[in-house]
Design a protein around this ligand. Sequence first.
Ligand code: UDP
Length: 338
Amino acid sequence: MCRVRAVNNQGPQQGGEATIPRVVITGAAGFLGSHLTSRFLKDGWSVIGMDNLITGKPDNLAPHFGNSKFRFVQQDVTEFIYVEGSVDAVLHFASPASPVDYLKYPIPTMKVGALGTHKTLGLAKAKKAKFMLASTSEVYGDPQVHPQKEDYWGHVNPTGPRGVYDEAKRFAEALTMAYHRSHGVDTRIIRIFNTYGPNMRLNDGRVVPNFIHQLLNSSSITIYGDGSQTRSFCYVDDLVEGICRVLAQDDSEPFNLGNPREISIKQLAETMMELYGHSSPVEYLPLPVDDPKVRQPDIGRAKSVLGWEPKVGFEEGMSKTFNHFKSQIAESGLAEGN
Ligand code: UDP
């Protein structure tokens, strides 16, 4: 259960019926937004999902169209957001989040992190709602401290190509804390480390969908650089559980959420080839500019404050993701995916 206290909607309505809590989720048609939408609906909330659909897919929300507790609003959240009635929580998850996407949309990425955070904080303030910012491990940049703890300030190149995402999220964190301190908004910040699972776009450019796409197409596995760079991959269900727990407690300082199981990209490729039987050659391509050399969350704070840690093993999570993409391709007949 997402046992998040509803601040506004607790009393009985005129007709004597208890009202149900209401959440606004931005980026609802995206990977994480769609999983959050499902979770909140399942836990009895009413959900308003917003997305401008530049990287989100309405298909991700298909199971909820027709559900009277769910409303989709196609909206760019960098513009003024109007929501009628009470709102108990605002979850700001809108943003391109794959390096390929934020390099393709540098200005929308900066705008949604900066202006979109301003508008969603304004909505939370007006509605006296809880606010959650989806921040990122990218705030640590190419880290010089390993593993990364919340008190590490990071090592970011502000003018490099990844700076549009990293700096927008750093600004968003600062603005969130400013609204918390100056306006008393009940805020939460989570720093999300590499997360994977169903509802990612097969062509979003991130390493897990890329490798699965390549395995399903029997094409070359693309490793950027020499593959010695590391990441730590968290299955989406674990992340969603962590998000619910962060919302349900009162601490406004950032929480790292991710799976500390660290693996090099070369090892990831080898493991996935072993698991899903693939004999095509590996193609080594140039490492993107400022690609972090290592990344691993220190989740000590989440463990002690939230009693949370990831439960889904690598093979289990990967199989669920692989099978999801496989059936999606089979249904659409689109070998190239989208
Ligand atoms: N990567 C790779 N091959 C690919 C896609 C990505 O080797 O086809 C590498 C990428 O350079 C990075 C890591 O995999 O070092 C994770 O990349 P991703 O785009 O998933 O996200 P990031 O963690 O860099 O934000």
